[in-house]
Design a binder for this molecule. Structure first.
Ligand SMILES: O=C(O)CCC(=O)C(=O)O
Ligand SMILES: [Fe+2]
Length: 230
């Protein structure tokens, strides 16, 4: 499988020197996976304090603040219940919990840019709540040349998730793959994949399924079109 998003340079790149400690060992495992296979699944990846803050924050979010999820970019909002039935709430960093999350993602973004020269420019993310029976059918997060989403990130906020609940994320290696790689949506698991390369789907679960989904984007501003749009 080839990943055009990466220039040939990354195959020869070494870890950038002078990076701060913290989550660098994790960030490095993610970078190595992305380089080798275009996706990464990391269990118990997030700092415990952040995971529990996010968990509590999402549980406290009143359902009335959860907008119906649209397909694709929020600016081109439209609902399609044949494809997805979850509800989402965008994270804007005005709460301290949201801010801690965005800072963790920004540090990952800096690491990947220095290590893999990915040119990631911005990040957007939302909480998602899949009620029992909710799903998101097989889809791509971006299509080559049509979107500036290049790297998808998902993390789960479900303590004590049991396999029999279902609700797996299934990542397919390419358009032909029908088996895929199943990921249980357990608390603290972080999944990253190249947005234009991996079809994926969310299977229905028998219980509530909580997550955060986010996308790193490259800057596609041109003369008379400022990106990202406000
Ligand atoms: O929740 C997940 O496991 C994946 C969600 C997803 O594919 C999306 O929001 O685009
Ligand atoms: Fe997706």
């Amino acid at each position: 499988m080839s990943h055009d998003a990466f220039s040939a340079d990354i195959l020869h790149s070494a870890p950038a020197p002078g990076l701060p400690d913290g989550d660098d060992a994790l960030y490095e495992r993610i970078a190595a996976d992305l380089q080798q296979q275009g996706f990464s699944v990391q269990h118990n990846a997030l700092p415990a304090a952040m995971t529990s803050a996010l968990y509590q924050y999402q549980r406290e979010l009143s359902h009335e603040y959860f907008a119906e999820a649209g397909i694709g970019r929020k600016q081109k909002f439209h609902k399609n219940e044949a494809v997805r039935t979850d509800k989402v709430c965008w994270i804007d960093g005005t709460s301290s919990t949201g801010d801690i999350w965005l800072q963790w993602c920004a540090a990952l973004q800096r690491y990947l840019n220095r290590r893999l020269f990915m040119g990631l420019f911005s990040f957007e993310s939302h909480f998602a709540h899949y009620r029992p029976g909710d799903f998101y059918k097989r889809h791509m997060d971006a299509f080559r040349g049509e979107s500036n989403r290049v790297l998808s990130l998902v993390t789960y906020l479900n303590p004590e998730w049991q396999p029999q609940y279902g609700g797996e994320l299934v990542i397919y290696r390419d358009a032909e793959d029908t088996t895929g790689i199943s990921v249980t949506p357990a608390l603290g698991t972080v999944v990253l994949f190249l947005s234009e390369s991996f079809p994926h789907e969310v299977k229905p679960a028998s219980t509530d399924r909580y997550s955060i989904a986010g996308w790193f984007r490259v800057n596609t501003s041109i003369n008379n079109k400022v990106d990202p749009p406000k």
